[in-house]
Design a protein around this ligand. Structure first.
Ligand code: SF4
Length: 222
């Protein structure tokens, strides 16, 4: 296997090893949106506890969540940490949807990707990874979500510099599917990101366990 196997092979190898990941783990697009904010700097298990709190209070909807007193919202999302900042971001996100798209996620989804991305990035507390998670998993737009797991895999395989920009890593990942029909891009980006996260959790941790990793054969010899 060449030292720099095409990234597309990584995708195929991971899909064969782990199977389809069926992301995003949520019942509604609004739940995806909320989860994308809550998962910043925290483990998904913590997000699940926050989401469960919101569901138990019937507050996981665009009508109910912004109506919560801020203190109550913070209490519900406490398991995810950074509750003050995340509560403010969730409120701002809801306000954006209500004021710009009359509370309709499907109306938002019809807008061009660059416009939506600009609008999302203008909301305090939303960076590129969260914006792209919302674009891809809540709104179905073809943008690849870059996270620390992807950075770690690409760096360890000498496919990117450790300090490569978000945009550079995103372009690298998206190029893996450049020869496919554009209508399949969102589905492929969805799956590949989920598979990379799975790789990071199972094998490519701070101390990597390469011997059992499906990507081991792609490691550069040096
Ligand atoms: S665990 Fe090892 S083989 Fe797997 S992705 Fe990380 S560096 Fe590569």
């Amino acid at each position: 296997m060449p030292a720099h196997a095409p990234l597309r092979l990584y995708y195929e190898r991971l899909l064969a090893a782990y199977g389809a990941q069926q992301w995003w783990p949520a019942e509604t697009a609004f739940e995806v949106l909320v989860g994308a904010v809550l998962t910043q700097n925290t483990a998904w298990t913590s997000v699940e506890r926050s989401i469960a709190n919101l569901k138990a209070a019937n507050a996981l909807s665009l009508d109910a969540l912004p109506a919560l007193p801020e203190e109550t919202l913070r209490t519900f999302i406490r398991p995810s940490g950074f509750m003050q900042r995340k509560a403010a971001t969730l409120q701002a996100l809801c306000l954006w949807l209500q004021q710009t798209y009359q509370g309709s996620l499907s109306s938002a989804a019809e807008q061009p990707t660059p416009l939506l991305r600009r609008q999302l990035l203008a909301i305090r507390g939303i960076g590129p990874e969260t914006a792209d998670s919302i674009l891809l998993y809540a709104l179905g737009h073809p943008v690849f979500v870059v996270d620390e797991y992807l950075r770690r895999v690409l760096t360890r395989h000498a496919l990117a510099e450790a300090n490569a920009s978000y945009d550079a890593l995103q372009t690298l990942a998206e190029q893996a599917f450049a020869n496919d029909n554009a209508s399949t891009h969102a589905a492929h980006y969805n799956e590949f990101h989920a598979l990379i996260v799975e790789t990071g959790k199972r094998h490519c941790r701070r101390r990597p366990s390469c011997d059992k990793c499906p990507l081991q054969e792609f490691l550069p010899e040096a």
